[in-house]
Write a protein that binds this ligand. Structure first.
Ligand SMILES: C[S@@+](CC[C@H](N)C(=O)[O-])C[C@H]1O[C@@H](n2cnc3c(N)ncnc32)[C@H](O)[C@@H]1O
Length: 224
């Protein structure tokens, strides 16, 4: 029997192989653009700011951030997604700012405090609740104290949250979690401060878009 982790991987592999997945391949989210701009204002620009795009997929947000002047590393465990991210059209002057690699969020190949900012659009909501402490530990390990986390996750406004009002479900084998604002606070409070939290509701979709700042002195214990 395949584990939940393997089922998730199979889902993403098939999604990229088929080319039919439910999120945009090229167009970045305006909410991410806004939060990236917010970070540049807080930090006095994007130049020299190292950003990790966790679960970068085909690289739409990595490319946007590089265009804004961030130094970007995109990482995803799906080879095909990373190959597409590398192959995407980009102006030659962005080459030194944009790097992609295959890697798993639970075994990131970076030194502690390697990044000033971390972007996660749609990766956390595919992680099981039992794995949240490991997710938090991975993020805290690579992000400098005072660094920014730009997070986008499914909200309970999503239609597929459905009449049963279950906080998670499996679709085609993939785990999907629907968050309330309270869920996000329960996960991040004590480790991160929320600078911004807004809910996007469009048609049948609902997302939370959050901008958080890592606290300087985080307790090392994480909540289950
Ligand atoms: C919904 S997609 C979003 C892709 C991209 N962030 C975007 O906005 O277009 C989620 C991505 O997270 C990746 N992912 C999920 N779990 C991962 C893990 N444990 N390590 C690395 N990548 C992961 C998937 O392969 C997939 O590309």
């Amino acid at each position: 029997m395949r584990s939940a982790y393997e089922e998730n991987r199979r889902y993403f592999r098939q999604a990229y192989e088929s080319g039919r997945h439910g999120w945009a391949a090229v167009e970045p989210s305006p909410y991410v653009a806004r939060n990236l701009t917010h970070v540049t204002r807080l930090g006095g620009g994007a130049s020299g700011v190292r950003l990790l795009d966790l679960g970068c997929g085909e690289g739409r947000h990595s490319l946007l951030a590089a265009k804004m002047g961030f130094f970007v590393v995109g990482v995803d465990y799906e080879l095909l997604a990373v190959v597409r991210a590398q192959d995407q059209a980009r102006p030659p002057d962005l080459k030194p700012l944009l790097h992609f690699l295959v890697g798993d969020l639970y075994a990131l190949p970076f030194r502690p405090c390697s990044f000033d900012a971390l972007l996660d659009y749609g990766c956390l909501h595919h992680q099981r609740r039992a794995d949240w402490p490991y997710y938090l530990a991975a993020v805290e390990n690579v992000l400098k104290p005072g660094g920014y986390l730009l997070l986008s996750v499914f909200s309970t406004a999503f239609e597929s949250f459905g009449p049963q009002k279950r906080s998670w479900h499996l679709a085609h084998g993939a785990y999907r979690r629907f968050f309330t604002a309270q869920d996000l606070h329960a996960l991040f409070d004590g480790h991160f401060d929320f600078l911004n939290l807004e809910e996007e509701r469009e048609d049948k979709r609902g997302f939370w878009h959050a901008l958080l700042r890592r606290q300087s002195h985080c307790p090392r214990t994480v909540k289950a």
